[in-house]
Design a protein around this ligand. Structure first.
Ligand code: ARG
Length: 614
């Protein structure tokens, strides 16, 4: 709740006490923004007072309105519509507000809460490059971290890199068999792309092997023995692929053997793994740099995969977990998830066992109050299960765990899958939006005379803003389509549109010679468009609070868009440099300056940089 809302609410409570001797609970003094069709900034709802005052709501409105105007400096006048008391805030309140906050870096920042929040995001697997889904993940993780910091929390940004297991072994087998010693240097490929290409190559060769096998007598026999009633050959072999990999495939056997050696600590295997992993990690770092994000702490599955042991022993002792032979399982039927395997019957760990151990390790290391996992919504039940087990184990941090589940991102042409090697690669997409931005910038011609380097920097900022804003403006939960050409449209609800408002203000400020800022507070003829703009600025801290509470950066993005739009309208409707009076000119300049500052601040929370020209 804003300071003004609180003051008005307290005012209404006091007015009720003094005028009617009534004790009105603060909650019932409802204050809302005034509807567009009436004059006013805030509206106090009078209906809850009728029973206490035993008068008509219109009359109560008049009496409370008079009381507020004479007791609160902030309120200038009022009007009553039915039971709604519309209050107009004094011009001097708004002009002083702008003067106080125009250069206030702490505007929109909350005092320290003492709460520690760990935010996990990105968390890629090392067998392939980052893709479009990771971009959404990374942008959400980064912006929610910044927003939580603004809201006063201490934030630790983390990722776990899933760098072990059968997937990376596939890439390793392919490199060994068909790689001819290729390296990022020898091929000029980014390391994660190189390894990803071998992953794809493995799949391709495996498909070939599988197709050839289907012509063999062995396959014939397997089909005859195992196919279900009415299943065609085609249907059967489509569904049988994984079992083929595990039971018959030569390549499958090789990959599994690779994994076995890795787990046994075989030096040669570890050397190959380390080399290829390092290539991938370097590639990831480069993409993170391009996206402007970083981590405070990175975990690797190769260090944590066996961590679950201790916590699992405890679970068994407490009767939370059960054991059949080597297999450990948990009954999650109370949350509709049935029986879940924690340790496989061959004694190997699972995704869940690893996450149990990692959660505890992180808590021991950082003592967080909250941990937010930014992970796609296809893993909702994994996290439900994980959190439920940790709760049953009585882990002290269990109640503070949260899965920020986001929806898939499509491209206009439909969804692409990584297995076929047609994944929408993060690096390619970044290139593409920057190229789009360059095309538009060249058409506009505004920056043509700048040196090449300066142009590149601006174009990069515009392209990245386009990409980031378009993705962040959508509520995380919703599935969305990313349209590169729409994202750079300066007329649309886009990053470049917001940047353009900022650039426009910079250009006005460059032309304004020194003006007397003190004159701005003497301005006392606030126009509707100015009032609208100030009120939006005034909301900024509340927007951050809401975004932090709901873990939803789209509030900040949409706020920035609305503020930019209000500014464009203001700019169109009122002269700034040629304003009707010195006071108006000074105020409009200060107001514009503050809009620019808040726009830049909001966009910065989303990881978006502002150009000075575009
Ligand atoms: N690497 C996993 C994947 O790409 C996501 C890991 C999410 N984090 C976790 N703690 N489970 O699907």
């Amino acid at each position: 709740m804003s300071e003004l809302t609180k003051k008005i609410q307290e005012g209404v409570v006091r007015a009720a006490a003094e005028l009617y001797g009534a004790e009105l609970p603060a909650k019932q003094a409802v204050i809302q923004p005034t509807r567009k069709d009436f004059e006013g900034d805030f509206t106090a709802v009078m209906f809850p007072l009728t029973r206490l005052a035993r008068k008509k709501p219109e009359q109560i409105g008049e009496e409370v309105g008079q009381w507020l105007v004479s007791h609160l400096d902030e309120i200038d006048r009022y009007n009553v519509v039915k039971g709604f008391l519309n209050l107009v805030v004094a011009d001097s309140y708004w002009t002083t507000f702008v003067q106080q906050h125009v250069a206030d870096a702490s505007f929109g920042r909350f005092p320290a809460t003492g709460q520690k929040v760990m935010v996990e995001y990105s968390s890629p697997n090392t067998n392939k490059p980052l893709h479009l889904g990771h971009i959404r993940n990374i942008l959400l993780g980064w912006s929610i971290s910044r927003i939580l910091e603004a809201a006063g929390h201490e934030v630790i940004k983390t990722q776990i890199i899933n760098d072990r297991g059968i997937a990376i072994c596939r890439s390793m087998v392919a490199w060994k068999r068909w790689g001819n010693g290729a390296t990022p240097e020898s091929t000029g490929k980014k390391g994660d792309h190189l390894v990803g290409d071998f992953y794809v190559l493995f799949s391709k060769k495996f498909e070939e092997e599988y197709a050839a096998w289907q012509q063999t007598e062995e396959a014939e026999r397997v089909f005859a023995e195992r196919h279900k009633e009415g299943q065609t050959r085609e249907e059967f072999f489509k569904a049988f692929k994984n079992r083929y990999f595990n039971e018959f495939s030569e390549l499958g056997a090789e990959a599994r053997e690779m994994l076995r050696r890795w787990e046994a600590g075989d030096e040669e295997t570890l050397r190959l793994w380390r080399m290829m992993n390092d290539w991938v990690l370097e590639g990831f770092e480069e993409t993170y740099r391009k996206l402007g994000v970083s981590f405070d702490k990175t975990y690797f599955e190769s260090d944590t995969w066996q961590l679950g042991k201790e916590i699992i022993e405890e679970g068994l002792a407490k009767g939370v977990l059960h054991k059949d032979g080597k297999r450990v399982w948990v009954d999650l039927s109370n949350i509709g998830l049935g029986e879940k395997t924690i340790i496989k019957s061959d004694g190997t760990s699972t995704y869940t066992s690893q996450d149990l151990g990692t959660a505890r390790m992180r808590y021991e290391e950082f003592g967080f109050h909250k941990m937010i996992y930014v992970v796609g919504d296809e893993q909702i039940s994994h996290f439900q299960g994980l959190f439920e087990i940790l709760r049953r184990l009585g882990e002290p941090y269990a109640e503070g765990l949260y899965h920020l589940a986001y929806g898939m991102v499509d491209l206009p042409t439909g969804r692409m899958k990584s297995r076929e090697g047609t994944v929408v690669d993060a690096d390619d997409l970044i290139e593409e939006v920057i190229a789009e931005a360059r095309k538009h910038a060249e058409e506009r011609g505004e920056i043509a005379e700048l040196p090449r380097e300066a142009q590149d920097d601006i174009v990069r900022k515009i392209g990245m803003a386009a990409l980031k804003f378009f993705i962040i403006k959508v509520n995380p939960r919703k599935r969305m389509t990313f349209d590169p050409s729409e994202s750079v449209d300066m007329q649309g609800q886009t990053g470049p549109y917001v940047q353009n408002a900022y650039v426009r203000i910079q250009s006005v400020l460059r032309k304004a010679d020194a003006c007397d800022a003190d004159r701005a507070t003497a301005y006392s003829a606030l126009q509707e468009g100015e009032r609208e703009l100030v009120k939006q600025l005034y909301q900024y801290p509340e927007i951050i609070e809401t975004a932090a509470r709901e873990y939803d950066p789209s509030h900040v993005a949409n706020y920035a868009y609305n503020l930019a739009r209000a500014f464009h309208k203001f700019y169109h409707d009122y002269p700034i440099l040629k304003a009707e009076s010195e006071e108006a000119r000074a105020f409009r300049l200060e107001l514009s300056r503050m809009v620019a500052r808040v726009l830049a601040d909001a966009m910065d929370l989303l990881g978006i940089e502002m150009p000075d020209r575009m």
